[in-house]
Design a protein around this ligand. Structure first.
Ligand code: HEM
Length: 501
């Protein structure tokens, strides 16, 4: 009897202690959050719950943020609904943060729309040792399969030849180049990741590519933006944002089928592609309970390379063609330089780039002008830092406004217009700029930057070498304003006609 009473008392005491501990932890977190919010750099006054939502007009988010910066300075806070975000605006702030304090700014900020799908797996939306391990592994495998060497260049040239055949087959009739370019670009990364390419017009593959474009567009719309601010609420509201997760599910199924096929057909130690290498690594680390090489990280890492390697590059190529239609005199000058330096009988190669200053300037200018990911991807601080006289706490959500470096008047002669002289010196030689950052900067910089630059150069020069591009209608009526903007700048749909040169 005495003993039972004693046991009951001990249990009550333990529960009480646990409750006090939880309250203290909760209190500690509240105090920490309040302190963090008190130290945030100044910015426009937020409304309760909505934050600065009403000021941050959709379709103009990058411009509004740049305007706010002219009042609040290069480092300021905006509230995305209930979430504070520190915006880095202008070349200097971006460099001071992403390059000079690279470690501290190497975390990834949470985006609800991706987190629900990735659950912190893969490369793009993971953090800490998992991110580090998977990123280094992927970089190693990309190198092993020829990225950065002539092997991948040959693969891109083969694919470019297929694009030229498809283009030739249009025989001067107007057509929308999107599907062909998406398919071609995706085939390059598919060869590395899945060990195969897909024929143009393959309905199953075209459906997947449509899922990518659809997601890129919805995420870049108001629906995507609001989902990131109020995910639990938006889960209950009907709207196109639900399609994002259906699309993700379909992509996951496709990737899982590919992995299954690889499991059945592989020879251990003789990898044919990225998936085989990952499966080999999973075998090696089988006994390690902490290993980052698991089924779920395989699916998500494959998705990151597949999506990252398709959407942004093909959007850049499509935008590039639209800009060439708008500015035929620029296209003509590139063609003149290609004729004089490479001729018309062999395809341009990467080694030609150094001898093509005007062409190189035009390709850089396309990427600068369109800023395909204008807000980059969000970062999160891995430790407390000082930046431009502001103290920022570990965990702070950061928006690196990449487009602001591209529009920085201290860095470019003519930042608001498409003008290749932004990358040319007075002698007409190519002049790079530190403020050119379509792939971001620092430790988290795009891991496909080298591959993407090779693809942009090889695909666009191959097309311009062989064809004159003709607009449907007058170049003056071509509208370069993106049809979706937010996460990504997506060009309006357009058609063109081609004439063999
Ligand atoms: C024109 C083409 C491309 C552009 C403009 C672009 C841009 C970017 C940007 C701005 C980021 C965010 C970097 C940051 O965290 O600040 C990123 C990340 C990433 N990109 Fe790209 N990218 C392109 C092509 C590619 C290609 C071809 C691949 C595939 C090989 C790829 C794979 C990735 C991956 C995996 C990440 C996540 C990196 C990490 O979190 O560590 N991208 N990209």
């Amino acid at each position: 009897m005495e003993r039972a009473r004693h046991d009951r008392m001990v249990t009550c005491l333990a529960l009480l202690l646990l409750l006090i501990l939880m309250l203290l932890l909760w209190w500690g977190r509240l105090v920490h959050r309040a302190q963090m919010q008190k130290d945030l750099p100044p910015g426009p006054a937020p409304l309760p719950l909505l934050g600065n939502l009403l000021q941050l007009q959709s379709g103009n988010l990058d411009r509004v943020l740049m305007e706010l910066s002219s009042h609040w300075g290069p480092v300021f806070t905006v509230w995305l609904g209930p979430l504070p975000a520190v915006v880095l605006c202008g070349y200097e702030a971006l460099r001071d943060a992403l390059v000079l304090q690279a470690d501290a700014f190497s975390g990834r900020g949470a985006m609800a729309v991706f987190d629900r799908f990735t659950r912190g797996n893969g490369i793009a939306f993971s953090n800490g040792p998992r991110w580090h391990t998977l990123r280094n592994f992927a970089l190693g495998v990309l190198r092993e399969f020829g990225v950065g060497r002539s092997t991948i260049e040959d693969r891109i040239l083969e694919e470019a030849a297929c694009v030229l055949d498809e283009f030739q087959a249009t025989m001067g009739a107007p057509f929308d180049p999107q599907q062909i370019l998406d398919n071609a670009v995706s085939n390059v990364i598919c060869t590395v990741v899945f060990g195969k390419r897909y024929n143009y017009g393959d309905p199953e593959f075209l459906r997947l590519l449509n899922l990518f474009s659809d997601n890129f567009c919805i995420m870049s719309s108001r629906w995507g933006e609001i989902y990131n601010m109020f995910p639990s609420f938006m889960d209950w509201i009907p709207g196109p944002h639900h399609r994002i997760f259906k699309n993700f599910q379909e992509l996951r199924l496709f990737i899982s089928e590919q992995i299954q096929w690889h499991r059945q057909s592989r020879q251990t130690g003789e990898p044919r592609d990225f998936i085989d290498c990952f499966l080999d690594q999973m075998d090696k680390e089988q006994q390690d309970l902490e290993s980052h090489f698991q089924d779920e990280t395989l699916v998500m890492t494959t998705h990151d390379l597949f999506f990252g390697g398709t959407e942004t590059t093909s959007t850049t190529l499509r935008y590039g063609l639209l800009i060439m239609l708008k500015y035929p005199e620029v296209a003509a000058k590139v063609q003149e330089e290609l004729d004089a330096t490479v001729g018309r009988t062999r395809a341009p190669r990467i080694e030609d780039r150094a001898r093509l200053p005007y062409t190189n300037a035009v390709l850089h200018e396309i990427q600068r002008f369109i800023s395909v990911l204008p807000l980059g991807l969000p970062r999160a601080l891995t430790r407390d830092v000082n930046l431009k006289s502001h103290f920022l706490h570990k965990g702070t959500f950061v928006i690196p406004l990449l487009v602001s470096a591209h529009r920085d008047p201290t860095q470019f002669k003519d930042p608001d217009h498409f003008n290749p002289t932004n990358f040319l010196d007075d002698n007409g030689e190519f002049q790079n700029s530190d403020a050119f950052m379509p792939f971001a900067l620092g430790k988290r910089m795009c891991l496909g930057a080298g591959l993407a630059r090779s693809e942009i150069f090889l695909f666009l020069t191959a097309i311009l070498q062989k064809f004159s591009l003709l607009p449907v209608g007058s170049p003056a009526n071509i509208n370069l304003t993106p049809q979706c903007t937010g996460l990504g700048n997506v060009p309006p749909a357009f058609q063109l006609r081609l004439v063999a040169r």
